[in-house]
Design a protein around this ligand. Sequence first.
Ligand code: UD1
Length: 389
Amino acid sequence: MSSGLGTVLCVVGARPNLMKMAPVLRALASHVPTIPTLLVHTGQHYDNDMSGQLFEDLQLPRPDVNLEVGSGTHAVQTADVMRLFEPVVDAHRPSCVTVVGDVNSTLACALVAAKKGIPVVHIEAGLRSHDRTMPEEINRVLTDQISDRLYTTERTAHDNLRLEGVPSDRIVFAGNVMIDSVVFGRSSARRAASTLQTLNVHPAIWGHPMGYGVVTLHRPSNVDHPEILRALLGVLAEVAESLPVVFALHPRTRNNMERFGLMDMVDPVRMALLPPQGYLEMQGLVADASVVLTDSGGLQEETTALGVPCLTLRENTERPITVEQGTNMLVGRDRDMILAAVHEILNGRGKRGRVPEYWDGHAAERISADLYQWLSASQPSGCLKGGVQ
Ligand code: UD1
C-alpha cells in the first residue's frame, strides 16, 4: 500500500554514510504504508573498497543517481556536490531530503534543499566535538542549523542543539542507526581468522596468544603532518611489541605514509597493513579484537555496542556516551597513556561498558514511524517547509 507521500530523497556520499543509511532505507521500504525513496550517491568516496563493496555487504540498493563528484579540496568537493545535486532536486521535488552524519556531502545537500524550501531531515544530529578545526564539526553545526527534523543518537545531543537555538519540537531521540547495521550484520560478519588468512597476514599476528589489535587512522589532524604521523606510528610500533596489530589503511593515510617516507616504520610481522575492509570483514575483525585503536567516529560506537575496548587517538569526541557508558577511552596521542591502557586491557583490567539506550537495532524503525507522521502532518503541501512545529 502506498502512503501517498512524496519521495524521501536519501543522500549518501562517503563510507560512514552507508551503514547509517542502509537500515533507514530498509525501514522506509517496509513501513506500512510504504514510503517511496530515491537514493542519491554523491560519489565523494568512489573506490570499490570505500564504497562499492559496502553496498553489497549492507544490502543497500544501487543508487538511483550517482553524482560522481570524486575528490577535491573541501570547497571544490562541497561546491561540486551542490552544483550537481540541485538539478536532481528540481527533477524529483522530494517531500524531504534526508542526510546522515557529518561529511561534506551531508552539508552540501542539506544546503541545496534548504535554499529550495525543501525540508531537511538530519539523522545523527547534535553531536559536537566542540573542536572547530575538524571539518566534520563545521558540517555538523551548519547542517543542524538548516534542518527541520533532527534525529539524535544520544541525549546530550539534544542539549547541544538547544544551546544552539534549535527548537525542541524539531528534535527526536531515535537511537543509533549505525548500531542497527551492527545488529543486522552480526550473523554474517566474517570470522577474523579467515579474513586475516585470506589477506595473507603473518600467522604470528593472528595466532598471537594475546590476540591482536585493530588500528584505523584517517583524521587530517593525525595523518596530514609528517611529524605527527611519524610519532603515532612509533607508538603503534611499541604497542605491537606486546600486541600485534592489523591496520586498515584509509587511502588518505596510505598516501601520506608513502609521501612522507614512513612505510619502512612498519614491521610486517608485528603490524599488518590492510586495504580498506568490507563492512562484514571489519565487523568480524573488530568483534574478535583485544582492543581497537582509532580516530574514527563510527568505530567508537561499534566497539561500545560490541563490548570491545576502544582507545580513541583524539583529544575529544563528539560521542561522549561511548566514554561515559561504553568501552571507549580518550587517549589522544599520549604515548604513556596509550601504552598503559593497552597494558591494562591485556591484563584483563580494561574498561567495561554497557550498551546505551536505544542502541538496540531499531533506531531506523523509530525514524521511519516518526517521519511518516511528520510528513503526513505537513500534507497536502508536502513540498513546503513546516510540519508539526
Ligand atoms: C571523509 C569525511 C570524514 C569521514 C571519512 C571516512 C569529510 C569532510 N570527511 O574523510 O568525516 O570520517 O570520509 O572515510 O567529508 N580517496 C580515495 N578513494 C576514495 C575516497 C577518497 O582514494 O574512495 C582519497 C581522496 O582522493 C583523498 C583522500 O582519500 O585524497 C580523502 O578523501 P576525502 O573524501 O577528502 O575525505 P576523507 O578523509 O575520506
